[in-house]
Design a binder for this molecule. Structure first.
Ligand SMILES: [Zn+2]
Length: 364
């Protein structure tokens, strides 16, 4: 397991620290849910906090641009490979696999120091990015001590993490004009809206999972003194996260992506599997069809769920199909031809249980 670097000793700033370049994500409007869903605040919160997360066990294929504006030099690509390894070493059930073709990768990684901007799509939102575009861009060198933190930070977005300083439970009060002024200068040169949407704007409570702020999170920025009004210690000393995965970061990753069981129960045709899952939990089954035909795999009841079907090819799950019925008054359903003699995996991530609290899955 990768060892976290020892944490630098914090001390009061004796001179102004230069502002670091910050990750700059595009504005992401909060999904509008139907009035039926909004009438149930628990359901709405569960959907909004889970919708960007991958189904655990997903193999995320990643690929580096090797030509053009976003080409990643080998040294920098190696640093990002190392960041993937550090996340995997936490013990999560997600898998990361490098591929040689951008068209085969959900996660397409670019590098441009001329743009000078690091950013990433968040979780499953990478799937909506145009296939010829990077989903994750590094705008500064990920081989430096600060850049190695950025390498981990952007991959935190890839697995579905949000910015920690926008956690509504942080209790941060800003010297807003000082923040705008500091970040309008190099190296960020951000306009008013970019600063607002990446720093000052709070996420809705429904978009975050924890109730506590983690100033050591890899998803927290480094702030110079004089930008954070409260808590007061950060006004005086600034905020310098260690740039490594914090204990809470690892807990977050293991909560959403716990290590998977090596063998799965087999789902039998016409026999529903019923479980009491809490919001965010997942159930997983193996399917071994005895005849080759079109099958339907479906949830029953009023749950909101993400359903994903993989074929198990020599131990590697390959995505076949998925359906997300969250926020809709229907059941998640996959209809797909399955072949006798082959092995499939179906994974159900529950966003919100229905009134019965039961989640039911069947194939026929
Ligand atoms: Zn970020």
């Amino acid at each position: 397991m990768a060892q976290a670097r020892s944490r630098p000793i914090k001390k009061a700033a004796t001179s102004a620290q230069p502002t670091k370049p910050f990750c700059r994500n595009l504005r992401r409007p909060v999904r509008q849910l139907s009035p039926v869903v909004m009438a149930n605040p628990l359901r709405a919160a569960a959907i909004l906090s889970t919708q960007s997360k991958w189904v655990n066990g997903t193999v995320l294929h990643y690929c580096f641009f090797t030509s053009g504006h976003f080409s990643v030099p080998k040294t920098q690509a190696d640093a990002v490979r190392g960041a993937f390894a550090k996340w995997k070493a936490v013990g999560i059930g997600l898998q990361f696999q490098e591929v040689g073709q951008l068209s085969e990768a959900e996660v397409r990684i670019g590098y441009s120091t001329s743009d000078g901007s690091s950013a990433s799509n968040v979780g499953r939102e990478v799937l909506s990015a145009p296939l010829n575009q990077p989903t994750t861009v590094y705008g500064w060198d990920p081989t430096t001590p600060y850049g190695s933190g950025t390498a981990l930070h952007e991959l935190g977005h890839v697995i579905g993490m949000e910015h920690e300083h926008q956690n509504p439970f942080a209790g941060i009060k800003w010297h807003e004009q000082a923040v705008y002024a500091a970040i309008a200068k190099p190296p960020n040169n951000w306009d008013h809206d970019t600063t607002y949407h990446n720093i000052l704007e709070k996420l809705t409570p429904q978009q975050v999972q924890g109730s506590q702020w983690d100033p050591d999170s890899i998803m927290e920025y480094e702030f110079e003194p004089g930008l954070i009004a409260e808590p007061k210690q950060y006004d005086i000393n600034g905020l310098t996260p260690p740039g490594t995965l914090s204990a809470a970061d690892k807990q977050w990753a293991l909560k959403w992506y716990p290590l998977l069981q090596p063998t799965l129960p087999t789902l039998q045709p016409f026999q529903p599997a019923v479980a009491d899952l809490a919001a965010g939990q997942q159930m997983d089954f193996e399917i071994k069809p005895t005849s080759s035909r079109k099958y339907t795999i479906e949830t029953k009841g009023a749950s909101d769920a993400l359903l994903v079907l993989f074929e198990d090819i020599n131990g590697v799950p390959r995505y076949l199909s998925g359906d997300d019925d969250s926020g809709e008054e229907r059941s998640a359903t996959i209809t797909h031809k399955l072949f006798a003699g082959r092995s499939y995996i179906v994974r159900l991530r529950l966003l919100h249980p229905g009134e019965t609290g039961k989640t039911s899955l069947m194939y026929s």
